[in-house]
Design a protein around this ligand. Structure first.
Ligand code: HEM
Length: 281
């Protein structure tokens, strides 16, 4: 039995915290572009890196939830998407840490970032694609990142969380299909209505379809928290740079404002329109 900090009997060095978590590597990854390094650039880098780590876990959980759904395991899928919701919940207030930076402090190192931008976050795009918000035009932003481009191309044709959910519902006797492409606007709208009307069965009597109800609500929450993040991000951006254009070349706040109406699973919101009061007066 080795002592807590001692060597194993076979002489091998026991695993320690830093080796396991690669802390030395992790804390050597913050390379400021400003020179001398501006005090707040460290915050700017760490906050983005932290987001990227959480994005990684979100994708890990979403992929796993897809497998669970294809195995007809709604309970496991719900638990995994529940974790995604909890992660997203903390992604929203993290924005406020950035708001401790003064606009003039950001301006002091902002030019060094150009033309890099959050617009090029491959994992954020992967999350959008996995949740059904697929836009092939986004790929052009990754032409100089072959690995990221490859991952995004795969996600573009892979089933989405909603596809997994509706396959599972179909398996359980609901008259639902996978969604057509969003670009086929009319077909897509008809599909949304038809699907929302099927979902009414779950939402009118949740106790009879409890697993499915909870799974559906977790997906809705993922949608809701992503919108909340978008909202806090655009307000923070306006607070920081006003209506200046973004380092990625967009018109900044104007562009971000237009993304606020995006929804991953519009039919899960639409179902509310078809609910009637069924309790006795
Ligand atoms: C001072 C802080 C920040 C500013 C001023 C800022 C500004 C912007 C601007 C102007 C855009 C639009 C694209 C462009 O032209 O560049 C954008 C997009 C984006 N930013 Fe930020 N950002 C900040 C922090 C963050 C943080 C901490 C994250 C976390 C990952 C983030 C993630 C993103 C993402 C994912 C997009 C793409 C959004 C979309 O296309 O829907 N940003 N940002």
């Amino acid at each position: 039995m080795p002592g807590y900090f001692g060597a194993n009997l076979d002489g091998a060095k026991p695993l320690n915290y830093d080796d396991y978590l690669k802390v030395p590597q992790l804390i050597s990854l913050q390379e400021c572009k400003s020179s001398p390094a501006h005090h707040d650039e460290m915050l700017f880098i760490i906050i983005h890196q932290t987001y990227e780590l959480w994005f990684r876990l979100i994708l890990h959980e979403c992929d796993s939830a897809m497998v669970a759904m294809s195995n007809n395991d709604a309970i496991l899928a719900e638990r995994q998407l529940g974790r995604v919701v909890e992660i997203e919940r903390i992604l929203v207030p993290q924005i406020h840490i950035l708001e401790t930076m003064l606009p003039v402090d950001f301006l002091a190192f902002r030019d060094h970032l150009k033309p890099a931008s959050g617009f090029q976050s491959a994992q954020f795009r992967e999350m959008e694609f996995a949740c059904g918000l697929k836009d092939e035009r986004i790929l052009a932003a990754f032409n100089d990142q072959p690995e990221a481009l490859e991952r995004l191309k795969k996600r573009l044709v892979a089933p989405t969380l909603a596809d997994g959910f509706y396959d599972l519902l179909f398996h359980r006797g609901f008259d639902v299909t996978r969604s057509p492409e969003r670009s086929q606007t009319e077909l897509w709208q008809t599909w949304q209505e038809k699907t929302a009307k099927q979902l009414v069965k779950i939402y009118l009597t949740p106790s009879q379809h409890y697993e499915l109800y909870r799974l559906s609500e977790r997906m809705l929450e993922i949608d809701e928290y992503t919108s909340l993040w978008r909202y806090h991000h655009v307000r923070m951006v306006e607070r920081m740079i006003g209506f200046k254009s973004g380092t990625g070349g967009s018109d900044g706040v104007g562009y971000l404002q237009r993304t606020l109406s995006y929804k991953f699973f519009p039919e899960l919101w639409q179902v509310r329109n078809y609910l009637e009061n069924t309790s006795n007066p």
